[in-house]
Design a binder for this molecule. Structure first.
Ligand code: ADP
Ligand code: ASP
Ligand code: MG
Length: 423
């Protein structure tokens, strides 16, 4: 008998029909002789709607209360799903993250899992029941408050539980058939990948391919746990996220595995910064102290006559206001001229292990963007990724152009988007 952890995203349980459809799939896995643990997300766009609601009450909701509010979305799902399974004649019990033993740090809205102690889940499984766990939430070790893991965090709950329970596989059910060579909502000619390595998936997730939460991939890599990403709306084989591509696998030769796009970042430019030792350290220390994640950084060569330079960096839009206000406080001390904030940028990334051994990837990429009339504003690279910043309005066109330039387009469009609003 195997132990399977399945995770169903919001679009898979968007309404009562969806709940019933998913309940049937879960019961089928149980009938196959498996022990089944299910992690479930909030229904449809519930999380976004709850955030909108909170913002109508106050522009900056308190982290503790916002987490309390948002976790309610997953509680609704878990109870309804347990009812749907009971209705099919099978035992199912639902558990909040806290009840399931998901212990986290205390950082509201972006808590990290420290430990998983799934005693009650094991008891439920031993009694023959299916365990349903509310995704994306836990309880802080220090404050004992309810926390959330950040948007998309239910994937991480599933992988963390799978690791703690020593599950055979973690199945992530979503509204597309797997991980594609690009977001099928934007590039309809995208192709489904049979396998993608942890390293490639980490880069894709970090570059905005929200099909898997970044930390879920980090977790899976640490525990060498295979993830099967697939659709809850079809029976098609999905994508396996694994350590290495199988020997002789079709993707082994691919230079580029995937293209990711991201509209969630903004760019801050600090204009007229004195080009002196320690200035950049001072600026980025202040940003780091506020726990703000920065992504790309570009510093211009300083103009000899003035000894001044400009520094630009990108960061999540959600942290833009805080970063700007921190920098304003530093202006007197550091002595820069001004700050510019630009939230109309897009990030386009190419990811592939094959890049290591293929020179010329950058030239092909930039050539495709140039042919599409797209201006590149910033560039950053890693061993298996190239990212550029362009205007947000050009991003989707750039993704399509790069996809075609690297000959990733399917002969016939096969990517199906079964549900979800793409919100
Ligand atoms: P869920 O609600 O199931 O967690 P998400 O909306 O978080 O689903 O993630 C699935 C979505 O990720 C897809 O509908 C698709 O638009 C988007 N996506 C972005 N990049 C990719 C990619 N490379 N492959 C597949 N889906 C992708
Ligand atoms: N419901 C949460 C969100 O929308 C968590 C998740 O779905 O993974 O971000
Ligand atoms: Mg998701």
């Amino acid at each position: 008998m195997g132990l399977i952890v399945q995770k169903y995203g919001g679009s898979s349980v968007a309404d009562a029909e969806g709940m019933k459809r998913v309940a049937n799939r879960i019961v089928a896995a149980k009938r196959d002789g498996n022990q089944v643990v299910v992690v479930v997300s909030a229904m449809g766009d519930t999380t976004d709607e709850l955030i909108d609601l909170a913002e109508q009450i106050t522009p900056i909701p308190q982290g503790r209360e916002l987490d309390m509010l948002l976790t309610a979305g997953e509680r609704i799902s878990m109870a309804l799903l347990a009812m749907a399974i009971n209705n099919l004649g099978h035992e199912a019990s639902s558990f909040t993250g806290s009840q399931a033993g998901v212990i986290t740090t205390s950082a509201h809205g972006r808590a990290r899992i420290i430990d998983v102690t799934p005693g009650r889940i094991k008891e439920a499984l031993d009694s023959g029941a299916i365990a349903i766990v509310a995704g994306f939430q836990g309880i802080s070790q220090d404050t004992k408050d309810v926390t959330t893991l950040g948007r998309g965090g239910s994937d991480t709950t599933a992988v963390a539980l799978a690791a703690a329970l020593d599950a055979d596989v973690c199945e992530i059910y979503t509204d597309v058939d797997g991980v594609f060579s690009a977001d099928p909502r934007v590039v309809p000619s995208a192709q489904k990948l049979k396998t993608v390595t942890y390293d490639e998936m980490l880069e894709l997730a970090a570059s905005g391919a929200k099909v898997l939460h970044l930390r879920c991939v980090e977790y899976a890599r640490r525990f060498n746990l295979p993830i099967h990403v697939r659709s809850s709306f079809s029976n098609n084989e999905g994508t396996w996220v694994v350590k290495d591509h199988p020997e002789g696998g079709a993707m082994e030769q691919a230079i580029i595995s995937g293209i990711a796009h991201d509209k969630s970042e903004a760019k801050i430019t600090i204009v007229g910064v004195p080009d002196r030792t320690g200035v950049a350290a001072r600026i980025f220390q202040a940003i780091a102290d506020a726990d703000i994640n920065i992504d790309m950084i570009v510093q211009n060569v300083s103009a000899a006559a003035t000894g001044l330079t400009d520094i630009s960096f990108t960061l999540p839009k959600a942290e833009g206001a805080e970063a700007t206000s921190i920098l304003k406080k530093l202006q007197g001390e550091v002595g820069f001229a001004s700050i510019q904030y630009d939230d109309q940028i897009g990030k386009l990334s190419l990811v592939g292990a094959g890049m290591r051994s293929h020179p010329g990837v950058t030239a092909t990429f930039f050539g495709a963007l140039s042919d599409a009339g797209i201006n590149i504003e910033m560039i950053s690279t890693s061993e298996i990724r190239i990212s550029i910043i362009c205007r947000a309005a050009d991003l989707e066109r750039g993704a399509k152009a790069a996809h075609t330039a690297f000959e990733l387009d399917a002969d016939q469009n096969e990517a199906v988007v079964y549900g979800g609003t793409g919100r």
